[in-house]
Unconditional design. Structure first.
Length: 389
């Protein structure tokens, strides 16, 4: 039993996911940070196999994930030899790297837009992925209200790279019969009605958008706590400063807007009222590296008109957090395809995503969404399964 996985984007998250999975298989690490590791799933973590990776950065394309992981993690880190067998292939670029100061070329730059769709589809048919994970640089992307608008934009090539990958996933699912597409970045796919319908009709299971890690799920759960106690939240401030390339990319306003949208949409969904809110990545400071600085301040009214404050200061390793939840999303993707669940699965998104699709779905606290997820998949804790056997 193998789950064949393609990774779009060969940066920090991909590196952590690929190295972490191999280290798990060798039992060098415990599965901490993987929410469903304590539950019985039809697929184990050892069943996940990375069969291909993509990027557009000329300094990465053609290298192996092993070489990239050595560069990203530093010489001290024990990079598993197995990653020598995964080569980084050239993906589709559109405008995803504009303004980042890297030398990048996509298949679309090399062979034109139509040629690149065909080339990518052919490669995927050869690689036979069960699950495709999108962790490319956050890019600006619009939502298409209906299939006709989405198709026109896709035909013209007037779309971000994420939407091209999503469309090729649809073509692939039609040719092969089903695939899961996990959109872990804010560029809308699960929240994109026109695109989502094309994918659904072609047999794609979509999870998205924007993996919920770091401070956002913590904020959601704190908001739920305060709401359950009927405290009036007066304002929320939450900001992040990081030193990885993702933060560097987010210093561009159009990309940052994508993030802000996914993070602020949850506040009213949980509290039921408008709260003055400032939640966004605010800066890039290289020495912080991948371990971002998070600050949060929530002010609220309690009984008898008294005002309380919550302050949180944290340093959080950004990419391993997303890589951990991807280990579950990949397995749930494969299971959902097998169950014939096409389109998107809200219960998965509600727990794992910052902006759970489909568009207009409520954003609940993660502590509530967790139990909905267990119910949806009928998951039992491993210790109970052992007692039953
Ligand atoms: N906790 C987290 O780290 C977290 C949480 C939620 C979402 N995300 C999102 O995950 C994504 C990846 O994060 P990261 O830290 O690995 O970033 P990164 O910058 O290290 O890696 C992104 C990679 O994507 C590549 N890329 C850019 N355009 C591409 C394209 N069109 N096709 C293929 N590859 C392309 C870049 O060259 C780079 O190698 C970001 O969009 C980020 O917003 C991260």
């Amino acid at each position: 039993m193998v789950i064949r996985v393609l990774l779009l984007g060969s940066g920090y998250v991909t590196t952590h996911l690929a190295t972490g999975l191999e280290r798990l298989k060798k039992k060098l690490i415990e599965p901490y940070g993987i929410p469903l590791a304590k539950y019985k799933l039809p697929y184990g973590l050892e069943d996940i196999e990375v069969v291909g990776a993509y990027d557009v950065d000329d300094s990465k394309v053609g290298k192996t994930l092993y070489e990239i992981a050595r560069e990203v993690m530093g010489g001290e880190y024990p990079v598993p030899e197995e990653l020598k067998y995964v080569m980084v292939r050239r993906g589709v670029r559109r405008n995803s790297t504009d303004g980042l100061g890297i030398h990048a070329q996509g298949l679309d730059d090399v062979m034109g837009y139509e040629g690149c769709l065909e080339a990518l589809l052919k490669e995927w048919i050869d690689l036979r992925p069960d699950v495709i994970v999108n962790v490319i640089t956050t890019e600006h992307g619009e939502e298409y209200d209906d299939v006709a608008t989405a198709m026109n934009r896709l035909k013209e090539g007037d779309v971000p790279a994420t939407h091209v990958y999503a469309y090729v996933a649809a073509l692939y699912a039609k040719a092969r019969g089903g695939v899961a597409f996990i959109n872990a970045i804010p560029t809308p796919v699960a929240n994109n009605p026109g695109l989502l319908k094309i994918m659904e009709d072609s047999g794609v299971t979509v999870f998205g958008d924007d993996g919920a890690t770091g401070a956002t799920p913590l904020t959601a759960d704190l908001l739920e706590h305060l709401t359950q106690r009927n405290r009036l939240i007066e304002f929320i401030v939450q900001f992040n400063i990081g030193g990885n390339t993702d933060f560097q990319a987010l210093t561009r306003e159009d990309r940052n807007q994508m993030k802000e949208l996914t993070k602020t949409s949850m506040v009213k969904d949980i509290t039921g009222y408008e709260v003055p809110t400032y939640i966004r990545p605010t800066g890039y400071l290289e020495p912080l590296g991948d371990k971002k600085y998070v600050a949060m301040h929530i002010e609220y009214l309690s009984f008898n008109g008294f005002r309380d404050s919550i302050y949180v200061n944290a340093r959080i390793n950004d990419s391993p957090a997303l890589a951990g939840i991807l280990c579950d999303l990949i397995r749930l993707g494969k299971i959902s395809v097998e169950r014939g669940w096409k389109g998107t699965v809200y219960e998965v998104n509600a727990f794992f995503m910052k902006r759970p699709g489909p568009r207009g779905s409520p954003n609940t606290a993660k502590i509530k969404a967790y139990y909905q997820l267990l119910n949806k998949f009928g998951l039992l804790p491993l210790h109970k399964v052992r007692t039953m056997v």
